[in-house]
Design a protein around this ligand. Sequence first.
Ligand SMILES: O=C(O)CCC(=O)c1ccccc1C(=O)O
Length: 508
Amino acid sequence: MTGGLEWPTRDLLAGRASTTPDATGLVDADGDRSWTYRAFDRRVDAVAARFESLVSGPDDRLGILMDTRVAFAEVYFAAMRLGVTIVPLNVRETAAELAPKVRRTAIDALVCEAATEELALEIGDCPIVSVDAPDRDGVDPLEPIDGASVTPVALERDDTHLLMFTSGTSGDPKAVRLTVGNLVASATASAFRLGVLPADRWLCCLPMYHMGGLAPIVRSTLYGTTAVIQRVFDPHDTARVVDEYDITGVSLVPTMCKRLLEAGWEPPDSLRFVLLGGAPASGELLERCRERGVPAHPTYGMTETASQIATATPAETAAHEGTVGKPLSGTDVTVVDEDGTVLGPDEQGELVVSGPTVTPGYLDAAETAAAFGDHGLHTGDVGYRDADGRLWVLNRRSDRIVTGGENVDPGEVVAALRSHPDVEDAAVVGLSDPEWGERVAALVVPEAGAAASLEPASLLAHCDERLAGFKRPKTIGVADSLPRTASGTVDREEVRERLLTDGTDLSG
Ligand SMILES: O=C(O)CCC(=O)c1ccccc1C(=O)O
């Protein structure tokens, strides 16, 4: 820190760098470079100095449109140093999906990289900085500048530090507010479950614009251990990185873990945990992990709780099939029925979460009011706890589809399909898929007279202009009308049945 440092501060990196400056903070597995916490801190100062004239303080918002890389971590901590609210954006989404998010969050500046610059220019009605483009004087924006000084802004513990989007189920993504207090509470409780050793090295190969990819960076900085960053997951390459970089822990979604096993992965003894989240891990996958010596820790979490709610150890998953373990310390999970009555052991109901990791609310006050009740945040997930407090999650957020660890709001896909001139109506559900957990599937009702001319290729091209690739239907069926229940809502079970029997597979 070249500027004065005021205490207390929520600048987690400054605290770390002043405590163990010589410990290795970051490793770039792609470029085979590493940075001590001192060097990491200086680079973050350089980034903060570049952005200071654009954004500073709690009223300003900085969008980040970058994929997983060391520079993401540097921009993130620079934004924390400037006390601004960070808005990570999904680089896989289209301009049509991102533009409303940028508008709703009123971003004051947007950071992008070479690969996202074009997209940034389409969506950002504000100053845009690419971390890959030299500035006007030809200087690499991430290189420390001698004598540069930045005035850090101390965030209050309860200030909004992060606005992260999560998919709803009816077409409107929600912006979750998170505080530095939420993230610190989560990282602390995570350490109590997984343990921390001085030689720990956490491999980060999940998207950093999602909670599952960002959380390990916050954790390792708080702990003073090392984050090893790999931009693109690839079963053979990721297995090599785990070996070569002495990785002790890695966060994965189940699809990645399955691919590693299929590629013949046998992890080194030094690997202490695989944190397996974002989607349910099947019993079959966990069984194969046990056979191969993969220390799988299935975890249940959400953006709204800054990642983990409950996490199981390998011994627990072997002895109690299907459990996600006990809630982390400090987190309470209550099971309630439809009237809000608290249920007892083994009784199924909605999971309600409270504790220091839980968001203070959404950006939209009406969404916040709808989500919180007497016992905390209503997750929309159904599950139960056993007499010892272990948690089972039976189905995930009502209609939401989870494919390869990405969440898809069926409402968004329906809206995209309905905007096609030959489509009158559509219903979208998730079908079970051996590779992705679930696949997006759509039952489409053509406009009168358009049935003969409705081409799946035209529907898919229409979706590709509006939706991220992972939201594109992989199975499509055509019907004269949507099946409905007695109360008039779409009968999702019947939609599923029809797609399973009559749907055309378009995933090839
Ligand atoms: O499902 C979510 O939205 C949160 C998922 C998440 O945080 C996660 C996803 C994959 C691996 C690890 C984690 C984690 O809890 O840290």
